[in-house]
Design a protein around this ligand. Structure first.
Ligand code: NAD
Length: 477
């Protein structure tokens, strides 16, 4: 039912030169379900050679042809949705319903970039002298090295691959070793859709060994990474030493503000759904809940009730609304965050412990009486924890919202258009969603500021990250 995952190098699915591999576990029960091959430098060299060759061909392939391959791949993902979603649930833990949404969303992302492929326009700038033509031309940046994580094994990789392929780049993906098979299924759809075998390569292995080899390599012209801020800073520093272009989608700690005039019931139920999606392992997950003091008790009561109603279980069961955490590290992190907060005075309104002792299940958790001494108020929890803190007025909540070095997503609930406009502009954040949860669509920008990284992986900005601007001034015809 669950496939082993091989490397994809120059069109061949291969077990890698060293023969090394690692086990893949089902986070719902801890059982080994398969394995993933590891690449060493010999494999990376072959991937680099293919990527170099593929780039030279693909950059002169018409955008219409690149677009057609992405569209075909999108259709294949839709046709294969059930098989891919089950694979994703088995290795990552999320409910099948969320896995289906992720697979279909990935198809939509491919379609978006298929359209963008045809819109990599340049421009003509009027010249100062007669007979001179001044052209601005967009060219693909070159072979890309992409590093993608385990929380959305499809959605994190599809934005990078589709943008690169649309722009005329080749790409080497270092996929997530803990959730490799769904990522491999997406890459397979690209090949089956008509993306040439030397344009997309897929490797797994020891992440630091692969990034330390690929980032400085002269063939690679662009680095894109999604993951934690500390790792992102290391990779950005290495890319900087070699003057490589980068896109960094890093951690967040999103403030979610509920003003006194908000529809409290709607805010509680929408925020609970957003918080516990993918068991909170979402970079744009609402994290610091800041609620105006006059409605604090009411909100906590409604939010806790919504939290208590979430059915936790194996993602394969139709009744499950929240699956296990994707790996044991997250389970240990949740226990650490809760015990640290409780030691420093927090009260657990619901949850706070793991469920049973098999699989990485943790109860959806609500914490009150939280303060700035607690680690959860500084560090990205990346799990199903909701600390709720009261605030008095607009200025105080803006200060709290912008207190941390992160700046990815921010949320607010209010019935006042004046407050909505003011808070939208006050947030130091790459994305803001007010009175609903409206982030992450293919056609809208996606990215952060401050320690959350830079560059956008959505909207019309996204393809620019894979294009260079060339200026040509030409006299005579
Ligand atoms: P981690 O920080 O070691 O790894 C995060 C990701 O980076 C993983 O996919 C990993 O394979 C990759 N990675 C790590 N070191 C690397 C290296 N030297 N070169 C290339 N890739 C490397 O830890 P983790 O336990 O996997 O995740 C912990 C934290 O990472 C989470 O708490 C969360 O803050 C963050 N994270 C963020 C996202 C996101 O969507 N922005 C996704 C996954 C994890």
């Amino acid at each position: 039912m669950y496939p082993d995952t091989l490397l994809l190098i120059d069109g061949q699915w291969t077990s890698g030169s060293s023969g090394n591999d690692q086990s893949v576990l089902n986070p719902a029960n801890g059982e080994v379900i398969g394995k993933v091959a590891h690449a060493d430098r010999r494999d990376l060299d072959r991937a680099l050679e293919a990527a170099d060759r593929g780039y030279r061909k693909w950059k002169v392939t018409s955008p219409m042809q690149r677009s057609a391959a992405l569209r075909k791949a999108a259709e294949l993902l839709r046709t294969r949705v059930e098989e891919i979603s089950l694979t994703l649930t088995l290795e990552q833990g999320k409910p099948l319903s969320e896995a289906r949404i992720e697979t279909l969303h990935s198809a939509d992302v491919m379609d978006w970039f298929a359209e963008e492929a045809r819109r990599t326009y340049g421009r003509i700038i009027p010249a100062r002298s007669e007979g001179v033509m001044q052209l601005v031309v967009k060219e693909p940046v070159g072979p890309v090295a992409a590093f993608t994580p385990w929380n959305f094994p499809l959605n994190q990789v599809v934005r990078k691959c589709s943008a690169a392929i649309a722009a005329g780049c080749s790409i080497i993906v270092k996929g997530p070793e803990e959730t490799p098979a769904s990522c491999a299924a997406l890459i397979r759809a690209l090949l089956d859709g008509g993306v040439p075998k030397d344009v997309v390569q897929l490797v797994f292995g020891v992440p630091a060994e692969i990034s330390e080899y690929l980032i400085p390599h002269p063939v690679i012209r662009k680095i894109t990474f999604t993951g934690s801020t500390p790792v992102g800073k290391q990779l950005a520093a290495l890319a900087g030493q070699h003057m490589k272009r980068i896109t960094m989608e890093l951690g967040g700690h999103a403030p979610a503000i509920v003003f006194a005039d908000a529809d409290i019931d709607a805010a509680a139920s929408l925020l609970a759904a957003a918080k516990f999606r993918n068991a909170g392992q979402v970079c744009i997950s609402p994290t610091r809940f800041l609620v105006q003091d006059t409605v604090f008790d009411q909100f906590v009561e409604r939010f806790t009730a919504a939290t208590d109603s979430i059915a936790v279980g194996d993602g394969r069961l139709a009744t499950t609304q929240m699956g296990p955490l994707a790996n044991e590290r997250r389970l240990q992190a949740m226990e650490m965050f809760v015990s640290d907060a409780v030691q420093k005075g927090a009260k657990v309104r619901t949850g706070g412990t793991r469920v049973g002792n098999r699989g990485n299940f943790f109860k959806p958790t609500v914490l009150v009486d939280v303060n700035h001494e607690m680690r959860i108020m500084h560090e990205e929890p990346f799990g199903p924890l909701a600390p709720i803190m009261p605030f008095q007025d607009f200025d105080a909540v803006v200060k709290e919202a912008n207190r941390l070095p992160f700046g990815l997503a921010a949320y607010a609930y209010t019935r006042s258009s004046k407050i909505a406009t003011a808070i939208g502009s006050a947030f130091e954040s790459g994305m803001v969603s007010i009175n609903h949860h409206g982030l992450g669509l293919p056609e809208v920008p996606f990215g952060g500021v401050k320690d959350s990284g830079y560059g956008s992986e959505g909207g019309s900005e996204a393809i620019d990250a894979y294009l260079n601007t060339k200026f040509i001034s030409q006299l005579g015809h």
